[in-house]
Design a protein around this ligand. Sequence first.
Ligand SMILES: [Zn+2]
Length: 132
Amino acid sequence: MHINDAVFLEDLCPKFRLRQWRKSIHRFTGKSCIYCGKPSESIDHVLPRSQGGLSTTENCVPACLSCNGDKSDENALYWYRKQKFYDPRRAMAIRAWLEGDLRLAIRLLQWANTNFKVKQNFEKDESEYKAA
Ligand SMILES: [Zn+2]
C-alpha cells in the first residue's frame, strides 16, 4: 500500500485513523503500561474525560487494565506516587509524555526498564505523531 493511499483511507474512515492512533500509542512504550511496565491492554486518559481531558496523544498513555481501573478518576501523578511499583524515572517519563516530549518519555522508560526493547522504527512513529 502506498503512503498516499493510507492517508486517503484515513480521511475517508475516521475509525481506521483512531485504530492506527491507538496502535501507535502502544508502540511508543513497546506495548507496556507506562505506570507499572506490564503489558498495556488499554489507553488511559491522564486527565480523565470526566474532568475535560482530551483524547490527544499528550493526554493518553498506554496502561494495563489493572492500573487504568485502579486509577479511575484520580490525578495520575498523585495516584502513581502512592503505588508500590512507583519509580521516579517513570514519574518523570509520565510528566514528559504529558508535555508532549515523547522522545524524552521513552528514554526515561528505557532507563526504568532494562528489558525495554529499543524500537528501531521510532523515527517513523514520531513523524506519525507529528502529523496527527
Ligand atoms: Zn499497569
